[in-house]
Design a protein around this ligand. Structure first.
Ligand code: UDP
Ligand code: MG
Length: 315
């Protein structure tokens, strides 16, 4: 066993939820890469995010043969972002790389990330260059999401950035001050400042198991992302309200004119119903937007921990 105070140069943080088939291949690929780079000391920190399969057992088996494998077991599933936060909070490296357990983030990119860090960059993020291996739906939804968020957020996020990046110790420590619920790391990190650089890569197909992000989960993630990096959606209702008030005013003028100067009457049951439904729909959407922010305030005001730990072995 390494002693506690030993300096660790590089930590690899891997949030893991039901990835039993990926852990051993992941470990082997990581190890091969570690042998390639000039790193004095490293650790692999797996965060078991409430897996219901044998993931934790696989990790513990690895740990029995290699003490550089460490783990944190969360008390239940807290979600990818919180698992990642748990890993970042506990990693000891002077540089910390976070990546997925399913080998979609190729470990072979690590030497490049590490080199950039050695060259003085404090955040080395990766930019996914999509190819045919990424499902079409994911590609489109992801593109739309980045476009929309960047329109709304004050600090733009580069398209295709995911939670595969290297952070310097300074940045990891800065992130520890962020205790917000509904964490959205890929929106926070560009806003931190520091010396940042992006590296393009082509994602690989998942080695085993299934994605945990269904379409509805992605939609929720997108809403979380937009509403955590910007308050602009709250202003929509004002603009929409002004627009429709103007429209109503013009129409009112028109109705008065018809009544005063012609013998016709304005008919239109259909147009009334259509406009009521339309305006009603818009109002509900706006209330929903306010509701999202209010819900976030509610959760945040309770200040609950982002994750709970059942067991950890980090030495
Ligand atoms: N993950 C997690 N908790 C969750 C969902 C996912 O820790 O609740 C992990 C998962 O094991 C993987 C990473 O987060 O290592 C990304 O998940 P996934 O591959 O399912 O997402 P995708 O790559 O399809 O966006
Ligand atoms: Mg994945």
């Amino acid at each position: 066993m390494l002693n506690k105070s030993e300096h660790i140069e590089l930590s690899i943080v891997i949030p893991t939820c039901n990835e039993e088939g990926n852990i051993v291949p992941m470990y082997q690929r990581l190890l091969a890469v570690m042998n390639e780079i000039q790193v004095s000391n490293f650790e692999f920190v797996f965060v078991d995010d409430g897996s219901s399969d044998q993931s934790l057992l696989r990790i513990q088996e690895l740990r029995a043969t290699d003490s550089r494998v460490k783990f944190i077991q969360l008390s239940r599933n807290f979600g990818h972002q919180n698992a990642l936060k748990a890993g970042l909070d506990h990693a000891k490296g002077a540089a910390v790389i976070s990546m997925d357990a399913d080998l979609q983030h190729p470990p072979e990119l690590i030497p490049t990330l590490f080199e950039k860090w050695k060259a003085g960059f404090e955040v080395v993020y990766t930019i996914r260059k999509d190819d045919q291996k990424v499902p079409l739906l994911k590609k489109w939804t992801s593109k739309g999401f980045y476009r929309l968020t960047n329109k709304l957020a004050e600090i733009p996020m580069e398209e295709g950035t995911a939670d595969f990046r290297l952070l310097d110790r300074k940045v990891v420590d800065a992130l520890k001050k962020y205790t917000e619920s509904h964490l959205f790391l890929r929106g926070i990190i560009p806003s931190l400042g520091f010396k940042q650089i992006g590296i393009p890569y082509t994602p690989h197909a998942r080695v085993s198991g299934q994605t945990k992000y269904s379409f509805s989960k992605m939609l929720r993630f997108a809403l979380t992302g937009i509403t955590s990096s910007s308050a602009k959606p709250l202003y929509f209702s004002i603009y929409a309200g002004l627009f429709f008030a103007l429209l109503a005013f013009l129409y009112g003028m028109y109705a008065i004119y018809i009544a005063a100067f012609t013998n016709e009457a304005i008919t239109g049951w259909t147009s009334i119903i259509a406009s009521i439904l339309f305006i009603g729909g818009i109002q509900l959407i706006m209330i929903g937007i306010v509701g999202i922010y209010l819900g976030k305030l509610f959760i945040q005001s309770k200040n609950r921990p982002l994750y709970l730990i059942t067991e950890k072995e980090l030495d």
